[in-house]
Design a protein around this ligand. Structure first.
Ligand code: SF4
Ligand code: SF4
Length: 243
């Protein structure tokens, strides 16, 4: 591991520093975005900075489970996004060198080392609850974390939708597709989608996906009791350039 990446990871592992870093970055970007003509430049620089430091991409449950199979040492961490919103909860899975650095930087904080099978069970549980999965990198392509979050708390979501920083939460590799012959029009998938990408055709009484909005998280797939939704490769659809 390069020295620059290790230094970045040490910063990320230190909760207080990390929280302050996010808050400060958000403030600076919000302020600069208000200056006419600077808007685009600020977003370009902000996105480049996130690419270099830490950003994320939505992944499906199946892919998140596959990532865990490649990990030797998943560990359960408190969710900083929820903490920043005044909630406490353990929903982040970190691996690689991060657990060790985290323990050093936050000696009073609880962190639990998990077996891969326990970590997989948690992922499945969180998916049932409707938490989407986000894989984070620290200086791509080095991945460190699977976050399991929801829109009221998720810093990546706020960075993308409030500040316009796409690299904070890149869309997933897939988009969802409804199989009309299986859909019974129960509307369950509409309540599962965190991105408002599912609509309802009242004439046909079937759900359909707005692929412009779909992030490929797969929550609609795991939530449909009729197996009426599948994820397909984004690159094979008209949404291939929508990240
Ligand atoms: S959850 Fe499944 S069956 Fe129900 S509306 Fe959505 S796609 Fe159709
Ligand atoms: S339509 Fe399905 S896969 Fe797409 S964002 Fe919504 S829940 Fe996720």
């Amino acid at each position: 591991m390069g020295e620059a990446r290790k230094k970045l990871l040490e910063k990320i592992a230190d909760e207080k520093y990390f929280e302050g870093w996010i808050i400060e970055d958000f403030r600076v970007i919000e302020r600069l975005k208000k200056v006419p003509l600077l808007n685009k430049l600020v977003l370009t620089i902000g996105e480049k900075r996130i690419k270099k430091t830490q950003g994320g991409q939505i992944i499906s449950l199946n892919d998140a489970l596959k990532v865990l199979e490649l990990c030797e040492n998943p560990a359960l961490f408190p969710c900083i996004c929820r903490r920043m919103s005044g909630e406490e909860g353990y929903y982040c899975l970190n691996f690689g060198i991060l657990p060790e650095l985290y323990e050093k930087a936050n000696p009073d904080e609880y962190m639990e080392e998990l077996s891969v099978s326990k970590a997989k069970k948690l992922l499945i549980e969180w998916d049932k609850k409707g938490f989407y999965h986000l894989i984070l990198w620290s200086k791509a392509p080095y991945v460190t974390t699977i976050c399991n979050c929801t829109t009221p708390y998720c810093v990546g979501y706020k960075a993308r939708f409030v500040l316009g920083l796409k690299t904070a939460m890149i869309k997933g590799e897939y988009v969802a597709r409804v199989n009309n012959s299986r859909c019974v029009g129960c509307k369950m998938c509409l309540t599962r989608c965190p991105f408002g990408a599912i609509r309802f055709n009242i004439n046909e009484e079937r759900a359909f996906i707005d692929i412009n909005k779909c992030f490929g998280c797969g929550l609609c797939v795991t939530g449909c009791k009729n197996n009426a939704i599948e994820l397909i490769d984004r690159r094979l659809t008209p949404a291939k350039n929508l990240w």
